[in-house]
Structure formats: C-alpha cells, structure tokens
Design a protein around this ligand. Structure first.
Ligand SMILES: [Zn+2]
Length: 276
C-alpha cells in the first residue's frame, strides 16, 4: 500500500518535472532564437496578402523545427498623407506582383490570403477591426498601422504561444499570457519585433501535453526506474530491498532492521483475529 502511494507520488512528480522541462525548453529556444544563436530562424518564409477596402492585410508566415511565427500587418488605404501613400504604394506593388505571377506561373498557388475583415465599433475614437477566422486577437486598432506577432515555440512539438499586437500609435499590447522582458533597442515597438524578447506563457495544449509526456518519460528514469532497479538488485542478493540489510535470503519474514515486509504480514494476520 505504502509503495503504491509512493509510486503515484513519483509519477506525479515526473509529470510535474516533464511540464517544467517543456516550459524551460520552450523559453530556452525562444531566448536562443532572440539571441540569434539558432539559425536559421525561419527556413521557409511565405508572404500573402489581401485587400478588403479600405484595408490592406499582409501575412508573413515562417517556421523551422522549433519555432513558427505569423506576422500580420494591417494598413488603412484611405489615410491621407505619407502613411496612406505608402500603404497604397505597397498594395499596388503586391497587386502587380500577383498579376505578374499569374501571367508567368499560372500553376503556382495564389498568394491571396483568405481573410475577412469585420469593422467593429469605435473605441476611444479609434476604428477597431477583426480579422475573421484566424484565431487572432479580436480587436485591432487601425488608426495608423497595426501588427500582430504570433509565435509558437517548443521541442519536439511547439508547446507555447504568444500574441503581441503592436499599434504604431499605441505601442505594444500583449494579447496572451507572455512575460516580456527587455529589448535590445529602446524603441522596440517601432522596429521589428525580433529585437524584443517575448517569453510566451500560453500553452499550446496538444504540444504542451505531448512534450510533457516526452520529458516526463525521461524523468521516470531517476525517480522510478533507478529505485526499481536498486530494489531488484538487493532482492537478488538476498538483502532487504528497502534498506539493503542482509537478510541471508530470508525475505519471507521481512526486515528486522527497517520493518519492511512486516506490516503486510501483520495485517494479513489480523484478518484471522476476531473482531470485537
Ligand atoms: Zn530493511
């Protein structure tokens, strides 16, 4: 009875250590990517876009074995001034690219993004919109330019996610549980997000559970496998499996030194004693 309880406690400990290892590995990989120790950060970046007047959306996706990211950029095309001109120029460039690709490589899959924009109510006098069907933060402020950085990191599966929404007029807002530490430049939110270290705290549940099992299995070696092996070896030598006291192969009668095997005998004997 006592050993079964201890086994359950040890199993629980292995699961807990597996979860902690999953978490530490994900953060370690994120830090390594941020410090540019992991190269390439992205093996196959792909860019797609859509124009849903008056909005222009650009999505850059990339991943390698341990890390995946999505960067959404949302621009308004009806803004006057240099930002509007720039946004319209960018949209025209994409449209020309699309036309060119269609003409020269008709078999290649389209770069158009399947995304729908839903305008929301004004919030503090600013327009808010949602990109539908992409599991993204529900509200984007589009007064100037908005960006969403979504990252998934972990090994062997991606186990933690972070969502960061950056509005060039408001600075960053963190839409998932993240621990944002420090950035390598002072004006993080103006530049590419790669300069800021965002440590994700939101589990990607499937990856988190499977990684926990994976690392937990390793933790069973010192906490379950090794003690079982030790016990087995002591038994074979005819010693007490609990305290290694030499029982001269008489394991039947338990151990006089630590009491191992005597509780069970006592309780089986007590079955024969009449109950008052
Ligand atoms: Zn003993």
């Amino acid at each position: 009875m006592r050993s079964r309880r201890s086994l359950i406690i040890r199993l629980g400990l292995c699961v807990l250590l597996g979860a902690i290892t999953t978490w530490m590995v994900a953060w370690g990989l994120e830090i390594a990517a941020w410090a540019e120790l992991l190269k390439p950060r992205v093996s196959t970046p792909s860019v797609s876009f859509t124009i849903d007047e008056p909005y222009f959306i650009e999505l850059t996706r990339g991943e390698n074995g341990i890390r995946a990211f999505e960067t959404w950029r949302l621009l308004r095309l009806d803004v006057d001034g240099s930002l509007g001109d720039w946004a319209r120029g960018l949209a025209d460039e994409y449209l020309a690219q699309e036309e060119w690709q269609h003409a020269t490589q008709p078999d290649r899959p389209p770069v158009r993004l399947d995304a729908e924009i839903i305008s929301g109510p004004l919030r503090d006098g600013r327009a808010t919109v949602t990109i539908k069907g992409h599991g993204l933060p529900s509200v984007l402020d589009t007064s100037t330019e908005s960006r969403i950085y979504r990252t998934g990191v972990g090994w062997p599966l991606r186990s933690f996610l972070s969502d960061v929404v950056i509005d060039t007029s408001n600075g960053p807002q963190y839409h998932s549980l993240s621990w944002v530490t420090f950035s390598r430049t002072a004006n993080t939110w103006k530049g590419p997000m790669s300069v800021a270290l965002v440590l994700p705290l939101q589990p990607a549940w499937t990856g988190f559970a499977l990684n926990t099992g994976f690392y937990g299995a390793f933790w069973t070696l010192p906490f379950i496998g090794l003690p079982l092996f030790k016990q087995h070896r002591r038994r074979r030598k005819g010693h007490c499996p609990h305290c290694n006291y030499d029982l001269k192969r008489d394991l039947e009668h338990g151990c006089p030194e630590c009491g191992w095997g005597r509780g069970a005998r006592a309780s089986s004997e007590s079955l024969h004693t009449p109950v008052d």
